[in-house]
Design a protein around this ligand. Structure first.
Ligand code: ADP
Ligand code: TYD
Length: 264
């Protein structure tokens, strides 16, 4: 994963449209992003000049802990080898965000739920603006393991901060960096727990909070999938990583085709 220092990215700190709204739009694929509203912007956003690369597409992989995201990403990396697709994950993906990750996942670190939500959002601001957006603008496709939906599900539903509040505090963190497609790994809790036990994983501070918390998070993901069926593709995570990767690559190709048609 390419990493750059924080100082070089300060120029991104302001001026992008907020995203305090459902993730429905604007998408990045194919066209320059449209601000959510505004004067006279509609007509200029349709097609980039031919010498500007079509914007890359942004894909996210979501799901509860132990649902198989990392394993799936490994299979996807094989399937997409040589395509120039960039893989990253949250929390993390930049030096500053990795440092925030160390704090927020430290099982010893007691913190208020709002502090936790802001830390995830702060890590996301650095990652989305400093790493993901420049790549998309250069025409690279990006696959990110966890993104804003994780905050909506874990902090919004799991911690009980509420969907709209968590959307709101992430609005300036993500700006216009909204996933074109999100793949949600749905897996029943018994199977997730079995996988966790089998793995004998060291539990981080989120995982130690227990089954009730995880049930609320799960309901959060399910609610998001209900709200945005076009963006969020639900995958049966009991299937093999290869089968899921095949499905995802198919969806990616379809979007890439549409993007390329729009750009010519
Ligand atoms: N599709 C799958 N079928 C069976 N077992 C899986 C599958 N995906 C992952 N696992 C196993 O489940 C455990 C958790 O997987 P992991 O990819 O680390 O999940 P996550 O990244 O979502 O926390 C690992 O032991 C992994 O080998
Ligand atoms: C990105 C993000 C993650 N999280 C949590 C979910 C996970 O428990 C933890 C990330 O741990 P990680 O080990 O990266 O993920 P996983 O267990 O899925 O392989 O952070 C949030 O609570 N909010 C967020 O916005």
């Amino acid at each position: 994963m390419a990493r750059r220092g924080a100082v070089a990215r300060r120029g991104h700190a302001r001026g992008e449209p907020p995203a305090a709204r459902p993730l429905r739009g604007p998408r990045l694929g194919g066209r320059a992003p449209r601000p959510p509203s505004g004067r006279g912007v509609g007509r200029t956003a349709a097609r980039p000049p031919r010498d500007v690369p079509a914007r890359g597409l942004f894909f996210t992989i979501e799901g509860l802990d132990f649902s198989g995201k990392t394993t799936l990403v490994r299979a996807l990396k094989d399937s997409l080898a040589g395509t120039g697709t960039h893989f990253t994950r949250e929390p993390g993906g930049t030096p500053v965000a990795e440092r925030i990750r160390d704090i927020v996942l430290d099982p010893e670190a007691e913190m208020d739920a709002w502090t936790e939500a802001y830390l995830y959002a702060a890590a996301r601001a650095d990652h989305a603006r400093g790493e993901v957006l420049p790549r998309l603008e250069r025409g690279e496709d990006v696959v990110c393991e966890r993104y804003l939906d994780s905050s909506l599900a874990y902090q919004g539903f799991g911690r009980g901060l509420g969907l709209e509040a968590v959307r709101g505090l992430n609005a300036y963190a993500v700006g216009a960096v909204i996933p074109d497609k999100t793949f949600y790994l749905r897996l029943r809790s018994g199977e997730r727990e079995r996988r966790a036990r089998e793995l004998g994983a060291a539990l981080d501070r989120i995982e130690v909070v227990g089954a009730d918390f995880m049930r609320r998070v799960e309901e959060g993901f399910e609610e998001l999938a209900r709200q945005e069926p076009e963006r969020i593709v639900v995958l049966d995570a009991s299937r093999s990583p290869g089968e899921m990767a095949e499905k995802i690559v198919g969806e990616m190709r379809q979007l890439q085709y549409t993007r390329d048609q729009e750009a010519t």
